[in-house]
Design a protein around this ligand. Structure first.
Ligand code: SAM
Length: 195
């Protein structure tokens, strides 16, 4: 991944475009902000850090779980080949889709539903980005990761999670590294904290 291109695009992306009217004045702050339904757009510095850890290539097929506002999706769409994004809350997904279409992204595929079980139909994925806190490392997501692929996922209770970087070797061996501690809203669904 070209880090300079990532940083340039990240700086050019207007975060206020991804939040509701009442939050626009706070969009420049490096903090999570509410986006409705008890969900948040993540802290921008963390979005940048997690994208660097994921390190998508221009031809990567990327699965994103937790579309939220679509801010992280825009960055993934810019830095990779094709993005498959899953969000469980229909209204958030509709808003994110409108924003991403207004920005002319044509390489994003949208699904409303439980992303903790991945998106089987289009697997395997070169990269998987999970932006909600999982209860455990979801077996389904590990299975849907391509050989040589990488997944970034926060795992742990709603208060604090370990950010894990999961790599699958060309032979299919799994290696899990820790990249520090983060705080995300909870992942729901089969591999989440609540259904
Ligand atoms: N990356 C997003 C952004 O840039 O705005 C922020 C994501 S927000 C921290 C987490 C999102 O994950 C919420 O929108 C939530 O509804 C969604 N979510 C939680 N569990 C999910 C699941 N099982 N499948 C799909 N989305 C889920």
């Amino acid at each position: 991944m070209d880090q300079r291109e990532l940083e340039r695009f990240f700086r050019s992306l207007d975060r206020s475009f991804f939040v509701d009217e009442n939050m626009k004045k706070h969009a420049d702050l490096d903090r999570p902000l509410p986006i409705g339904h008890g969900q948040t757009i993540s802290q921008p510095s963390l979005v940048l850090e997690m994208t660097k850890l994921l390190s998508p290539e221009k031809d990567s097929k990327v699965l994103e779980i937790g579309t939220g506002s679509g801010f992280q999706t825009a960055i993934l769409a810019k830095m990779s080949g094709e993005v498959y994004t899953v969000e469980r809350i229909e209204e958030l997904m509709e808003k994110a889709k409108k924003r991403l279409e207004a920005l002319n992204f044509t390489n994003v595929n949208y699904k409303t539903g439980d992303g903790s079980i991945g998106w089987e139909e289009h697997a395997p994925y070169d990269r998987i980005m999970v932006t909600a806190a999982a209860l455990v490392l979801p077996d389904e997501l590990i299975r849907q990761l391509a050989l040589g692929g990488r997944m970034v996922i926060p795992v742990g209770p709603p208060s604090l999670q370990e950010l894990k970087v999961v790599s699958k070797s060309d032979e299919g061996d799994i290696q899990v590294k820790s990249a520090g501690w983060v705080r995300f809203v909870e992942l729901r669904g089969r591999y989440g904290w609540t259904k």
